[in-house]
Design a protein around this ligand. Structure first.
Ligand code: NA7
Length: 560
């Protein structure tokens, strides 16, 4: 083999978060020569980055952990029903330590480019320090929400206090006691931060452009005895997750919204409002997602709850969304969020009425007045799902750029492959089952499937896999079709590709990001594709290259 065909690795995995950790575990088990590259200083992805106060799961902790190892399930004790960021990061480190995965990981390695070499069926990667690497396969575990998007306010660099996007929250503790703090943004992140810091800071001003429908998380500790019970039920818990549309323990109410009386509906909603986690969203009547009238009735129920919890009626009204119904955007879960506004030191500014004009040296100016702050927190969200792909110069067959192909929205095969980008795998890609489900449940499905595909190729001597354009078009059309029944299609949400801080992603043109058919349907479709010899994928053979770890610990190239 000439130098041009030399493979540095058989597989390069990009991203050492929840998905990348599991992906490298499977590749290591297969004895394949693989590495994980991550731009951050350590593993953990979302849980390494998002260190803001209040950051925690909205998924039940014990449904978020990996399911692949009984031993791991038996060893780990989740301390809270919805575990917080420090604990989640400890968990991921524990997993990496237990399975000795760190040796496959390289940090502070930001991938800048990945170009497909058509002659040699390999990918050529450029890292930000100029290093070049080649691999047969690239597996993208880059995260759904890993590119933070601060606002584009005038004067942001002038502020003399401290300011950060929640994703870049400092690693060292941020002194907040007695400080004048601004939070801009009231999505899932802003809502967690606001509730957590309200009673700690001197003064908190929340700048809200649009309120979000949210509901109580109903978190609580998990005792030794409860954890022992959970451990004994893990098989059933994961079985339920596999059966449910969202990969949670929550399954929709099977009764028809209109088949039951208003009293029965209210009884269910009272129960759900006091239940933990996404029950209120996912154990509800299915019509909430598809029927304007049903959705409006339930939204009004939640609005009343807000009115009961917020003492000042004018503030309560400002916290009730008017432009969308409950659950058509990602529902943030909260702990005493609404009560925060009953505090004298917490102020709500509606910036849809008085927009921010600029950030000043000492705070910010709206069209109404000047504010002085010590700290400004930007909880303004992410260039979701395709953002991390767009930031890498990915070039496939004929030098085609992925970011150009996806400029009007992604188009994929099964959410895991893209036509013209061979051997480029996305276990949790756009239009896959991961974004719309309990993430680890979704990524285990995607990672298992991608690993099996790669193994199939090795077994059959294939060195190139490219989905057919027709297969990709069919899948994308299928994903689009599923939006048509959903109220969410109209929402200004990252589920529809909306982001006001990224030019071209403002509301108006929907991008079809998520698979709305539910996890069971997704899994059965991708399994059927695999069982039918990976129909829709065109394989080519040409090189032999699988590097596996020999018993002596040295790499050897099989059949080369
Ligand atoms: P989100 O859900 O995208 O929320 C971002 C929030 O920031 C939202 O309230 C936005 O208002 C607001 N925002 C964004 N840009 C601006 C500007 N320029 N000015 C004022 N307000 C702004 O992101 P999160 O981080 O909260 O949550 C992301 C996901 O993380 C979440 O769904 C979970 O899955 C975990 P807008 O609605 O655009 O008017």
């Amino acid at each position: 083999m000439s130098d041009r065909t030399r493979l540095d690795q058989e597989v390069i995995v990009i991203g050492a978060g929840v998905a990348g950790i599991y992906q490298i575990k499977l590749l290591a088990d297969l004895g394949v020569d693989a590495t994980v590259l991550d731009a951050a200083g350590d593993l953990g992805g979302t849980w390494y980055r998002n260190r803001y106060p209040g950051a925690r799961f909205d998924s039940e902790s014990y449904t978020y952990g990996y399911s692949f190892s009984k031993e791991l399930l038996n060893e780990w004790h989740w301390k809270e029903r919805f575990s917080s960021q420090p604990e989640n990061l400890r968990y991921l480190n524990y997993v990496a330590g237990k399975f000795d995965l760190r040796k496959y990981m390289q940090f502070n390695c930001k991938v800048e480019a990945a170009h497909f070499d058509e002659t040699n069926h390999l990918w050529r990667l450029t890292i930000d320090n100029g290093r070049q690497l080649t691999s047969r396969f690239v597996i993208m575990t880059v995260g759904l929400l890993s590119i933070p998007t601060p606002p584009r306010f005038k004067g942001m660099d002038k502020f003399k206090g401290r300011s950060f996007h929640t994703f870049h929250w400092p690693h060292e503790p941020v002194e907040m006691i007695g400080k004048r703090v601004a939070v801009i943004g009231t999505g899932a992140t802003g809502i967690q931060v606001i509730a957590e810091i309200a009673d700690k800071v001197g003064d908190l001003t929340v700048f809200q452009r649009r309120p979000n429908w949210c509901a109580p998380l109903n978190n609580g500790p998990i005792s030794e005895a409860e954890m022992a019970d959970i451990r004994s039920r893990y098989n059933d818990i994961f079985k339920t997750c596999r059966r449910s549309p969202g990969g949670f323990e929550h399954e929709p109410d099977r009764r028809g919204f209109y088949e039951v009386s208003r009293e029965e509906r209210l009884a269910l909603w009272d129960k759900l409002y006091g239940s933990p986690g996404f029950a209120i969203w996912l154990r509800n009547f299915r019509e909430i997602f598809t029927d304007e009238k049903a959705n409006a009735e339930f939204s009004e129920y939640v609005a009343d709850r807000i009115r009961r919890r917020v003492k000042d009626p004018a503030v309560a009204e400002k916290l009730i969304p008017r432009d969308h119904g409950f659950g058509v955007q990602r529902v943030p879960m909260e702990t005493h969020y609404f009560e925060a506004y009953n505090r004298n030191n917490v102020h709500l500014v509606d910036i849809s009425e008085t927009p921010v004009e600029e950030i000043t040296e000492t705070g910010l100016r709206t069209t109404e007045r000047d504010y002085q702050f010590d700290i400004i927190v930007y909880a303004t969200g992410f260039d979701a799902i395709t953002g991390a792909f767009d930031r890498i110069d990915i070039q496939g067959v004929g030098g085609a750029k992925l970011r150009d192909k996806w400029s009007d929205g992604p188009s994929t095969y099964l959410g895991m492959l893209v036509h013209g980008f061979p051997n480029f795998l996305m276990p949790s890609g756009p239009q896959s089952g991961s974004a719309s489900t309990n993430y680890p449940r979704g990524i285990e499905t995607g990672v298992n499937w991608c690993t099996k595909l790669v193994n199939y190729m090795w077994d059959h001597g294939h060195t190139r896999a490219d989905p057919a354009l027709e297969a990709q078009d069919r899948w994308t059309e299928h994903v689009k079709q599923m939006y048509s029944a959903m109220l969410m299609r109209k929402a200004k949400s990252w589920f529809t590709g909306y982001n006001s801080n990224v030019p071209g992603h403002e509301h108006g043109k929907i991008r079809y990001f998520v698979y709305n058919g539910g996890a069971p349907k997704y899994v059965s479709q991708i399994n059927e594709v695999a069982e039918n010899g990976y129909e829709g994928i065109v394989f080519t053979s040409g090189f032999t290259s699988v590097q596996r770890q020999g018993e002596d610990g040295k790499q050897r190239r099989e059949n080369a």
